[in-house]
Write a protein that binds this ligand. Structure first.
Ligand SMILES: NC(=O)c1ccc[n+]([C@@H]2O[C@H](COP(=O)([O-])OP(=O)(O)OC[C@H]3O[C@@H](n4cnc5c(N)ncnc54)[C@H](OP(=O)(O)O)[C@@H]3O)[C@@H](O)[C@H]2O)c1
Length: 259
């Protein structure tokens, strides 16, 4: 019965970018289902938000373990810094079951305005970050691991001014398919979850007309997604129910984008 109530009991999950928005929702849902959760964030102004999330998780009746680490995952050294901190946290007995590569940054500029700095900002966090962190996690990843990369329906939709962001998410999907084949031998699965528009700080930067047109095309209730809509899909994939799904990009958009 307890396995049914807490399907992720005994699992250790890293959720990058979990101070706010979708990452916060995923971290809370994994902890609610029994996992010990590692939160990451980058900016000092999010420190209190993270403390509150830790307190919320620690107040759950099953008392999940939680650990928070401030780290810039767009840097070359960020992923190794996180692992070093986790080794200390775990008394050098680090074992990881679930990695959610969620931290990401958006860019909404027309082709003519894009700079190399834009390219570096977007690709260093959205593509190189998951690549280096997944590499760094591999030595500590248990059999039947779960790697879930948070992409976006924009990877395939070709919206004006989202070329750079969409390309970074398309790159993440390409990595996901190869990693699924490379890592599947011991039961590990690797997938992308692709949210449509979700109410979060990031959505504030998306033009309102685009969001309205997306709502109109969303099959389920003509609404934008909630953090919980996405977190529930991620949490299901992270458990036993996700065992036979790998190398996929799952549209988490209420039927806005149908693959
Ligand atoms: N919101 C949407 O509509 C939507 C739709 C499709 C896909 N997505 C994807 O879903 C993911 C989460 O989006 P969101 O809307 O929840 O984002 P958000 O509200 O902007 O939160 C971003 C998170 O990433 C962290 N972060 C930012 N830069 C970082 C860095 N350099 N190193 C480490 N962490 C960093 C932030 O930490 P701080 O709090 O410390 O800044 C924060 O926790 C992203 O990958 C995004 O592309 C979002």
């Amino acid at each position: 019965m307890s396995d049914f109530n807490l399907p992720l009991s005994g699992k250790v999950a890293i959720v990058t970018g979990s101070s706010r928005g979708i990452g916060k929702g995923i971290a809370l849902e994994l902890a609610r289902r029994g996992a010990a959760v590692v939160l990451t964030y980058v900016s000092q102004r999010s420190e209190n938000l993270v403390k509150e999330i830790c307190q919320t998780i620690e107040s759950f009746p099953h008392k999940p373990r939680v650990y928070a680490c401030q780290v810039d995952l767009s840097t070359l050294e960020g992923p190794q810094t996180l692992i070093r901190n986790l080794l200390t946290w775990s008394d050098q007995k680090l074992k990881i079951d679930i990695l959610i590569n969620n931290a990401g940054v958006e860019n909404a500029k027309a082709l003519k305005d894009l700079t190399v700095d834009d390219y570096n900002t977007v690709f260093n966090l959205n593509v190189r970050g998951p690549l280096l962190l997944t590499q760094a996690v591999l030595p500590y990843l248990n059999n039947y691991g779960r790697i879930i990369n948070i992409s976006s329906t924009i990877s395939r939709s070709g919206f004006k001014n989202f070329g750079l962001y969409g390309a970074s998410k398309a790159a993440l999907e390409g990595l996901t398919r190869s990693w699924a084949r490379e890592l599947g031998g011991n039961g590990t699965t690797v997938n992308c979850v692709n949210p449509g528009p979700v109410q979060s700080d990031m959505l504030e930067n998306v033009p309102k007309e685009l969001v309205e047109s997306q709502k109109a095309l969303t099959a389920v209730q003509n609404r934008i997604g909630t953090v919980s809509d996405v977190a529930n899909i991620v949490a299901s994939l992270a458990g036993k129910d996700g065992a036979w799904i790998s190398g996929q990009s799952i549209s988490a958009s209420g039927g806005h984008t149908m693959y």
